[in-house]
Structures are given as structure tokens and as C-alpha cells.
Ligand binder design. Structure first.
Ligand SMILES: *Cc1c(COP(=O)(O)O)cnc(C)c1O
Length: 410
């Protein structure tokens, strides 16, 4: 509905029109804000900026403080706020199958904040609507979950129940999950915040939200489900067109998607999206100098980052993005075929572009030379991962394979 490919000229015009609807610190008399364009001695108005709309936005320095899908927003930057809303429409509706206008969200400093925002929101939902005590609420997430979840648990004083996964297949151990949930219920836990991964950082493994749903419903427990798609959000929905890990599943209420990983956007572009009616649980009423409601964890945030994401999405359009992901999938398959021929053991989620190899097959020198990332930075490491990013081409893979072969036969 919202996502299209635009020409260079169209993109430039959209962004320049958006900037013209923002206050212009270079021309307007704006006396009240502790804000301005970037320091002109350093970020001077170079000629080439008029052909570089993202950099132009960067220099004009709009603030996207607050949340622009609900209530009023800071009117000084309404032009670029509109483009942030377009980004959220593309992701929530076109990619993650929400109904138009049925969601809230914002571009956060990263996946960490988006995950914390989700858990904060659900914690308060249970507090305000169910009168829950902190020790009646628990977070459920697998042992392969990103460390932002224990960080959130610590900040929000919640217990994280860590669910074991199968060593080879990295899927949730449902027997252990049932045991843990049963025990938690007996210990007085009543409300569960599930973080289900759509692409774990180390393995690219994708959890099945139904594993959680089935058991929690069987035990008659109340829960909310957040999808951590920081890693997989720009890959999995394109490689697996039948994916149901999206808002078409009424049990799923929020998603994190990092644009600064697979989308190659600048850092500072984590994306948080949730169904309507939830984000009010993190309203900070004291934020009275901000026009509109403050519903986000961070305060000020860069409008240029929103424009950078907008620019990438509308440069590609959905079909070109699908093509890009398909190429990464082919390279991943190439690597897997080579590893199979050498009888090297690895894990790969079929719809992801990450290959995680058993460490015993990788000589340390080769791991270091190719900057493979270990699961743990100590002698107990059991895995090394290869991420098939855009810059990782078949050529690089063939030299890596050749060296690996030499090493093994030596
Ligand atoms: C990278 C990542 C995060 C955290 O993202 P930052 O943008 O680094 O804060 C969260 N979850 C997963 C699965 C990730 O891969």
C-alpha cells in the first residue's frame, strides 16, 4: 500500500518539500528551542548538499523527539515527521501485515531501546490493568536471545526465565519450556512477557511463537508477545513469503526491526512498532515542554536518521529489496554447499543469511584472518559465525573455503 520505488528526482523533491515544512534555523526567527542547525563552522553549507538530501537533512538537524503516530507532535519538524510515518507505514502495514492506522511506533536509537521499550510497555500494562506486582511478571525468552533482554530485565526489575534450546538445531526445548512455565505458575508468576526471536544474533535462528502460545494457553496464563526482529526483520519476511510472524497473528503485539543491520542504514535506526492501545502505558506525563505526548524511552532523536531509512526504502522499493535478499540467500546457499562437501558441521536457518560453524572445524588463524565472530570470546567457544552481508561476495567465500581446505588437509 505504501512502499514504492521512487526515482532520484522524486526522492529529492519529497525530502526537500519535507524540509521546507520544518522550521529553517538558517532563515526563520525561532527563539525558543535549545536547537539549531549543525554548527556552520564545521558543517558548512557546501554546494553538493543540494544533491545529497540525506546530508542536507543531517545539516538542518531536525529533532524527532516523541512519537508521531499518536496525538500531536512538535510542529517545528512536521515535514520530516511525516516521512518517519511513511517509514512506519511501509514496515508495519506492507511488511508486517498490520491494518492501516492500527499501530504506534518510532525510530529508536537501536534494537536495544526498541526491546526495552516493549518490555517496559508490557510491564506497565500488567501493573496498571491487572494490578500486578513486579514478582508476578516474568520475561520468557530463549538462551540465544540478545543481551538487551537481560538488560531490560535488570532495568525493569523483572525476572528473565531463560529457555534452553537444542544444541544442534537451536530450537526451543518445548519440554523444558513447559516445565519452566509450570514451575513459574506454582511460584506465583501470573503474567508473561514473551520475546520470540526472528533471527538470533549468533545463529539467525527463528523461534516459533506458537511454542509459547500453546503452553501458556494450556496453563491459562496471561501473556504478551514481542518479536525481536532486530537481525531478521529485513530478511526473513522477504525470504519466507509465507511467514506468519507478523501482525496477521492476533497474538503478536509488537516488533523490533533494526534498520542499521541488514538495511545498511546509519547507526541510530532501531524501529519499534506495536499495536494501538499499548504505548500509552509508557506515557511520561511530566514531559510538558514537548508538544504532544512523550511515549518513548529516549528523548531527542535525529530526524536525519529517519530520512536515511526512508531514502533506502524508497530507493529500492519492495521488488528490488526482495531481489537483494534473494542474492544474499544464494550466496548463503553456496557457502553451505561447500561446507557440506567438506563435511563441516554448521547451523543455518533456511530463510536467513547467517551460517554458524562448529568451532572445531575452524583453525584459529583462519577465524582471526576472516574476522569470524565467536559465540564467546574465551577458550570454551563452540561456534563461529559468518554473516552474508552485501559486501561478502562469492570471491571472498571461495578464498576462505580454499584456505579452510588447505588447513584441514594439512
Ligand atoms: C543487534 C540486536 C539487538 C540490539 O540491537 P542494537 O541496535 O545493537 O541495540 C537486539 N536483538 C537482536 C536479535 C540483535 O541482533
Amino acid at each position: 500500500m505504501y512502499w514504492k520505488k521512487l526515482s532520484k528526482e522524486e526522492r529529492k523533491n519529497k525530502i526537500q518539500n519535507a524540509l521546507s515544512e520544518n522550521v529553517n534555523f538558517a532563515k526563520d526567527s525561532t527563539l525558543g528551542y535549545p536547537a539549531s542547525k549543525l554548527d556552520g563552522k564545521v558543517f558548512y553549507d557546501a554546494d553538493f548538499l543540494k544533491d545529497a538530501p540525506v546530508l542536507q537533512t543531517f545539516v538542518s538537524n531536525p529533532n524527532h523527539i516523541g512519537c508521531h503516530t499518536l496525538g500531536d507532535s512538535e510542529s517545528a519538524f512536521k515535514g520530516t515527521h511525516e516521512l518517519e510515518k511513511e517509514v512506519l507505514n511501509v514496515l508495519a502495514v506492507d511488511v508486517f501485515k498490520a491494518q492501516p492506522d492500527s499501530f504506534d511506533g518510532y525510530i529508536s536509537p537501536g534494537g536495544t531501546e526498541a526491546n526495552i521499550q516493549a518490555i517496559w510497555m508490557y510491564r506497565n500494562f500488567f501493573k496498571y490493568n491487572r494490578d500486578a506486582r513486579l514478582d508476578e511478571i516474568a520475561i520468557l525468552a530463549s538462551e540465544d536471545t540478545h543481551y538487551s533482554i537481560p538488560k531490560a530485565a535488570n532495568l525493569l526489575s523483572l525476572e528473565w526465565l531463560k529457555i534452553p534450546v537444542d544444541f544442534e538445531y537451536r530450537c526451543i526445548d518445548v519440554t523444558a519450556l513447559e516445565e519452566i512455565i509450570g514451575k513459574a505458575k506454582n511460584n506465583g508468576k501470573k503474567y508473561f512477557i514473551v520475546v520470540s526471536n526472528m533471527g538470533t544474533t549468533m545463529f539467525g535462528s527463528v523461534d516459533d511463537p506458537d511454542d509459547y502460545i500453546t503452553i501458556l494457553e494450556q496453563y491459562n496464563l496471561e501473556y504478551k508477545i514481542h518479536i525481536d526482529g532486530a537481525y531478521g526483520g529485513f530478511v526473513y519476511p522477504f525470504s519466507n513469503e509465507n511467514s506468519r510472524i507478523n501482525f496477521s497473528n492476533p497474538k503478536i503485539s509488537s516488533i523490533t526491526i533494526d534498520a542499521h543491520k541488514m538495511l545498511q542504514a546509519p547507526y541510530g535506526t532501531g524501529i519499534f512498532i506495536c499495536r494501538k492501545g499499548l504505548i500509552e502505558n509508557v506515557l511520561t506525563e511530566e514531559a510538558q515542554y514537548v508538544e504532544g505526548m512523550d511515549l518513548t524511552l529516549c528523548g531527542s532523536r535525529s530526524g536525519a536518521n529517519a530520512i536515511a531509512v526512508w531514502m533506502i526504502l524508497f530507493t529500492y522499493g519492495p521488488h528490488k529489496w526482495f531481489e537483494k535478499i534473494s542474492v544474499l540467500q544464494m550466496r548463503t546457499q553456496f557457502l553451505c554447499n561447500e561446507l557440506d562437501q567438506m563435511n563441516i558441521k554448521y547451523f543455518r536457518e533456511p530463510f536467513m543469511n547467517i551460517v554458524t560453524i562448529h568451532a572445531e572445524f575452524i583453525p584459529k588463524e583462519i577465524a582471526e584472518k576472516y574476522h569470524l565472530v565467536p559465540e564467546t570470546h574465551n577458550h570454551e567457544n563452540k561456534w563461529y559465525k559468518i554473516v552474508l552481508m552485501n559486501h561478502v561476495e562469492i570471491e571472498h567465500l571461495t578464498t576462505f573455503i580454499a584456505e579452510l581446505k588447505e588447513g584441514i588437509y594439512a
